[in-house]
Design a protein around this ligand. Structure first.
Ligand code: ZN
Length: 157
């Protein structure tokens, strides 16, 4: 049992190896905590229900911690508590991605943005609460190997 959703706990979204290494606090405020709860209860829990156990390899980070993580977008959704990097335990990311895409296209899995990478094992997922600061974009993106340009996910193209 998690304290945020059926299977997710706040600490899974706030622990950070980078914060530990640099002895920095990584504590969300109330607004960020609410965003994390929405993220856990919506896309994360839906995907967990389909795929079994999922590790959160990146969740909320303060701007200070985020700045120390290579390749991270500054001011991005990880700093708002709206984004998580998910690593399924029992299936590879392409299987997970297929399930995610099906869920999104059928309107079962609400997302703002989901990203799959050639060069990273996790899937990035973000979500904004209903009635939140803006509507979700429902964007599926793909970052090819060695590229910096995120492409729309169009497996049929
Ligand atoms: Zn991410």
């Amino acid at each position: 049992m998690g304290d945020l959703s059926a299977n997710f706990s706040l600490h899974e979204f706030t622990r950070s190896g980078t914060a530990q290494r640099y002895r920095l606090d990584n504590i969300p405020d109330d607004l960020q905590r609410a965003a994390i709860a929405e993220l856990a209860n919506n896309p994360c829990q839906w995907l967990r229900d389909q795929l079994g156990r999922i590790d959160v390899t990146g969740g909320f980070v303060t701007p200070e911690v985020n700045a120390l993580i290579a390749g991270r977008t500054q001011g991005g959704q990880h700093e708002r508590g709206e984004a998580a990097d998910l690593l399924p335990r029992y299936v590879d990311r392409w299987y997970a991605w297929g399930v995610l895409v099906a869920g999104v296209l059928h309107g079962l899995m609400p997302i703002d943005q989901a990203i799959v990478y050639d060069d990273k094992p996790h899937i990035h997922v973000s979500y904004i609460a209903r009635g939140g600061r803006r509507p979700n974009r429902t964007q599926l993106l793909y970052l090819p190997s060695g590229s910096r340009d995120y492409l729309p996910w169009q497996p049929w193209a």
